[in-house]
Design a protein. Structure first.
Ligand SMILES: O=C(O)c1cc2cc(O)c(O)cc2[nH]1
Length: 175
C-alpha cells in the first residue's frame, strides 16, 4: 500500500460517521458512537480493514454479461467497481462472485442476485449511495432489474471478524 492510499483511507475515516448500525436477528440496532475505529497509523492496520463483497446470481455470466462474459474478468471488474464505490484501494477489497442456478427470487429463476457488502464504513447515508451504485452496476453489466435483487449492508464490528486465527478486535489491541 503506498502513501497516497494510506492518506486516502485516513481521510475517509476522519469523515466517517461513527454511529453505526448492526443487524441482529432481523432488527436494526443503533450502536453507541464509538472510537473503536482505529486512528490508522500503519499499513498493517489498514490491511485489517478489508471490505468484503459477496455476490450470488442465478445467471451464467457467459450468457448474460453485457460487459465481460468471462466470470473471472467480470469479478475483477466488480472488484474495481467496489473499490471506487466504497472509496477503498482495491488492495484491501475482497470480492466473491458465485453463479448458482438454484437462487430463486419471488419464486422464479428469472435473472436475480443477492449481494452482501461488509465494510467498516457502512452507515445509513453511505448505504443509500452504495445501493444506487450497485443496482445500477447490476443493470448496466448484467441487465438485472432493481426489483430482482437484495443487498445486505453489514458492519459486524471487530469482535465479529476473524483473521489470522483470532479476531480483528484482538489484533487491533496488539497494535
Ligand atoms: O469495526 C468495524 O465495525 C469493522 C471492521 C471491519 C473490517 C472489515 O474487513 C469489514 O468487512 C467490516 C468491518 N467492520
Amino acid at each position: 500500500m503506498n502513501r497516497q492510499e494510506i492518506v486516502k483511507i485516513r481521510r475517509i475515516h476522519s469523515k466517517m460517521d461513527l454511529t453505526q448500525y448492526t443487524i441482529k436477528a432481523g432488527h436494526s440496532r443503533a450502536k453507541k458512537p464509538t472510537n473503536s475505529l482505529p486512528h490508522l497509523s500503519s499499513s498493517i492496520q489498514l490491511s485489517l480493514i478489508m471490505p468484503m463483497i459477496r455476490l450470488s446470481t442465478n445467471i451464467k455470466l457467459i450468457d448474460y454479461s453485457l460487459t465481460d462474459p468471462n466470470l473471472q474478468e467480470w469479478a475483477k471488474n466488480f472488484s474495481k467497481f467496489s473499490a471506487t464505490t466504497l472509496e477503498y484501494p482495491e488492495e484491501v477489497i475482497s470480492v466473491l462472485v458465485t453463479q448458482n442456478e438454484t437462487l430463486t427470487f419471488k419464486g422464479t429463476f428469472d435473472p436475480a442476485f443477492l449481494l452482501t457488502v461488509s465494510s467498516p464504513t457502512s452507515n445509513p447515508e453511505n448505504n443509500l449511495k452504495w445501493s444506487a451504485a450497485y443496482f445500477d452496476h447490476m443493470k448496466q453489466t448484467l441487465g438485472i432489474a432493481d426489483d430482482r435483487g437484495f443487498i445486505s449492508f453489514e458492519s459486524p464490528g471487530k469482535p465479529y471478524i476473524g483473521y489470522k486465527s483470532t479476531t480483528l478486535e484482538e489484533l487491533f489491541k496488539q497494535k
